[in-house]
Design a protein around this ligand. Structure first.
Ligand SMILES: Nc1ncnc2c1ncn2[C@@H]1O[C@H](COP(=O)(O)OP(=O)(O)OP(=O)(O)O)[C@@H](O)[C@H]1O
Ligand SMILES: O=P(O)(O)O[C@H]1[C@H](O)[C@H](O)[C@H](OP(=O)(O)O)[C@@H](OP(=O)(O)O)[C@@H]1O
Length: 320
């Protein structure tokens, strides 16, 4: 057998919930990785990782305590094998306050054009405060009410647009009240895979005119609006809403620099963040959400991007 046909092979183990495994571990990814010399193997989270082959990298999106203990035991014995990503780094994304503190605490060279930040928000921990007039603090209606927990559960995506004090009655603490920022009805979903960055456009909540603000009452429930359009809209290809073709993307260099700074600050390799452009200031971008291990199968060139990332990990390059 010639040397060229003897290719060193690497084992990447994955531990994912059934839904995520179904959407992410697609035959096309398995084949693309295999051709690169990487074998994707399903891990049994109920068995010791030390007894599941000579693993060169672990990727995961599970949160139960047994899994965390299993991972901890593995990391003690195999400190050189990348675990993507570390549970203690993922944890901060499960709360909508600590999530956005990543952005407010970023040390990032301010570009001479694009500026970034997060919407103003307040956290209300006591439901009795919601019925009083002071819950909003400096914020003005309309506000978006988001569950404080962002743990990927259906409950964590149940949100409300609140137009007035009457609308606050539907809310229960703990809740985050965030200023509603008009942004032209489009969000930019930025997928990060190590140092690979891909941005797509998705339809978003529409702008609210001054007139509508003055006449709208109560509250409007919604959930996973960016994902719904991705699932239900025939325009969607690769998770991109093609009816938004004319909407200008943020500069890729800006998004790439921002993603690099976030990755280094969070110590995460697999995440996405959602960005809206302030309708009143086209150079001001607000980060409204950061998810760990998002729906990569909707990302353009998902297979080669993930395969190259696996290669970087198993050859011990470039992971934080
Ligand atoms: N501050 C804001 N101003 C205006 N619109 C907002 C704001 N925050 C969120 N939205 C709208 O609400 C939608 C959901 O918000 P967010 O991304 O925080 O929740 P989510 O449940 O994590 O969403 P997803 O799972 O779809 O990423 C956004 O896609 C956007 O349309
Ligand atoms: O439209 P997107 O890609 O944002 O929708 C994602 C969603 O944001 C979450 O990342 C889901 O992942 P989980 O939280 O792990 O369920 C993705 O589900 P997936 O099964 O496609 O990975 C959604 O696509």
């Amino acid at each position: 057998m010639s040397d060229s046909s003897i290719q060193e092979r690497y084992l990447v183990g994955y531990a994912l919930a059934a839904k995520k495994q179904h959407s992410f571990i697609q035959p096309s990814l398995i084949e693309h990785s295999r051709q690169r010399g990487i074998d994707l193997v399903k891990l049994d989270p109920t068995k010791s990782l030390l007894e599941q082959g000579k693993l060169d990298c672990i990727i995961h999106k599970l949160y139960d305590v047994y899994w965390k203990e299993n991972l901890h035991e593995f990391r003690q014995k195999c400190p050189g094998v990348p675990v993507i990503d570390l549970p203690e780094a993922i944890e901060r994304l499960h709360n909508r306050v600590s999530m956005l503190e990543v952005i407010t605490q970023l040390r990032f060279p301010v570009s001479d054009s694009e500026r970034f930040g997060v919407p103003e928000q307040v956290v209300v921990m006591d439901s009795s405060v919601l019925s009083g007039g002071g819950a909003l603090g400096e914020l003005k209606f309309p506000v978006i009410a988001k569950p404080l927990d962002a743990d990927g559960s259906a409950k964590s995506h149940k949100m409300f647009l609140i137009y007035d004090q009457e609308g606050m009655k539907i809310l229960k603490a703990p809740i985050v009240l965030q200023e509603f920022v008009n942004h032209g009805g489009v969000i930019f979903k930025v997928y990060v895979v190590g140092d690979h960055v891909k941005c797509v456009k998705r339809r978003s909540l529409p702008d609210i005119s001054e007139e509508k603000i003055g006449t709208s009452k109560g509250s409007l429930p919604f959930s996973q609006i960016s994902n719904l359009t991705a699932q239900e809209d025939k325009n969607i290809e690769y998770g991109e809403d093609r009816s938004l073709e004319k909407v200008e993307m943020p500069p890729l260099s800006f998004l790439t620099d921002l993603a690099k700074a976030m990755r280094e600050s969070m110590g995460l390799n697999l995440f996405n963040f959602d960005v809206i452009r302030d309708a009143k200031d086209a150079n001001r971008y607000l980060i409204i959400d950061i998810n760990y291990f998002p729906g990569y199968a909707k990302m353009p060139s998902y297979e080669p991007v993930l395969t190259e990332f696996f290669w970087d990990m198993v050859t011990k390059k470039n992971h934080v």
